[in-house]
Design a protein around this ligand. Structure first.
Ligand code: CTP
Length: 405
């Protein structure tokens, strides 16, 4: 399963460091080439010799212990890794990652690495629930760091609570799932639109909406992590732009339409999660509108429906639309799916707690021409994006069949 995969295993200083040995052994048995980096604290719990014997490579503990004059160890290691796994990950290493600190071999390598990172936290429950740690974990998640959640059970400190390192078998399963997922959309070109459009009234004012772009960004990240080449057309957003995707920034619905049409022919999958203005000011004033009377009437005109325009031109493309609704979800979702020639329509009730604009979670229903396909309960937007992209990858062959490809 893991043959040919180069994995850095980072072991940090918690009592669960001993489980790092079992994990290392299982990864090697599964065929991976495992390079182990241990922190000084980890070496107090378990000896580097154990990990050297299991990984069949010298263990790295010191940034300045340069064994090969031809390379700089932490850069060389970082450049050649397909994945970094940190297990157990202490609150300290999580804090260092979140803040970009690099004061030892592991944190320096982490800063130099561009490959995906899987973190398996293990710590006392109060540490795990500390706002600083929660914030750091969330920050890292927004940068695409993956997690294997700690388990609940007897902790070394005596508490029975959440914080116990996930079992080595579960971490290996997460590693295998990652590599399976990372190939699912290899060679596919994915176009994602995200955020709200801005429709100018004058040089200092515009009409927009509450969309944060977080759902679209999460979808772009999920597609990227499945091996796709991702182009992201983003309007006004409030989230950090994902790394490793091509970004086209736009303001208005018209600019988004033009950018989408320009990309469309060379695209396999389109996910249209942007909140596009349905109306824009009929005229954009070149100078700031001065206040005059007691009332001001704005004249608005319809924008082009981008999704419908793409639906009309559909060839090989797998087209996914979104629908933000507050009532009769299924009725409107199915209507939009048919009208705009979508392969899937993702609907959410934006009035429900935990769903819709701005938050970090969503509740979504995925519809196909046959009706409700999957109902995704409350989960993080990133997890929802993974699930959606998996449904798309599963159904892609059907689309290609029906397009005669
Ligand atoms: N959409 C679009 N261009 C527009 C309006 C909407 O591409 N001018 C897309 C959105 O990106 C989304 C889908 O159409 O994928 C549905 O958007 P939504 O605002 O829910 O629906 P509308 O078609 O605008 O219908 P209504 O406003 O009546 O609910």
């Amino acid at each position: 399963m893991l043959t040919g995969k180069s994995i850095i295993l980072g072991i940090t200083g918690g009592i669960a460091a001993y489980k790092g040995a079992a994990l290392c052994s299982k990864l090697v048995q599964a065929g991976a080439d495992v390079r182990v980096i241990m922190t000084d604290s980890a070496a107090k719990f378990i000896t580097p010799l154990t990990l050297q014997t299991l990984s069949r490579h010298p263990v790295y503990t010191d940034t300045f212990d340069e064994r090969d004059a031809a390379v700089v160890s932490h850069i060389d290691l970082a450049d050649h890794a397909d994945l970094i796994v940190i297990a157990p990950a202490t609150a300290n290493v999580i804090g260092k990652m979140a803040n970009g600190l690099a004061d030892d071999m592991l944190s320096t390598t982490l800063l130099a690495a561009t490959c995906p990172i899987l973190v398996a936290p293990a710590m006392n429950v109060h540490m795990y629930e500390h706002p600083a740690v929660v914030h750091n974990l969330e920050l890292l998640a927004s940068r695409g760091v993956m997690y294997v959640e700690p388990g609940t059970g007897q902790l070394a400190c005596g508490y029975v609570a959440k914080g116990r390192l996930a079992e080595p078998e579960d971490i290996v399963a997460a590693v295998q799932a990652f590599f399976r997922r990372s190939k699912r959309l290899e060679g596919k070109r994915v176009l994602v639109t995200a955020g709200g459009t801005m429709e100018r009234l004058d040089p200092v004012r515009y009409l927009t909406n509450d969309s944060s772009g977080k759902m679209g960004f999460a979808i772009a990240e999920a597609a990227r992590d499945m091996g796709a080449q991702v182009t992201l057309i983003a309007g006004r957003t409030a989230a950090a732009v994902p790394a490793g995707v091509r970004l086209i920034s736009v303001e208005s619905a018209e600019q988004m339409l033009n950018a989408a049409l320009h990309e469309y022919d060379n695209t396999d999958i389109v996910v249209k999660s942007a909140a596009v203005a349905d109306y824009r000011p009929a005229a954009v004033q070149q100078r700031k509108i001065k206040k005059t009377g007691e009332k001001l009437v704005l004249e608005l005109e319809r924008t082009t429906d981008i999704l419908a325009a793409l639906g009309e031109r559909k060839q090989q493309q797998f087209l996914v639309g979104f629908a933000a609704e507050t009532e009769q979800i299924e009725h409107y979702a199915m209507d939009k799916l048919r009208r705009k020639h979508c392969d899937l329509l993702v609907a959410n009730d934006v009035s429900a707690e935990g769903a819709g604009f701005n938050g970090d979670t969503n509740i979504m229903q995925v519809y196909s021409a046959e009706g409700l396909l999957e109902s995704l309960p409350l989960m993080t937007k990133r997890e929802a994006a993974n699930r959606l992209m998996t449904i798309i990858a599963d159904r892609l062959p059907l689309r290609r069949e029906s397009a005669g490809l």
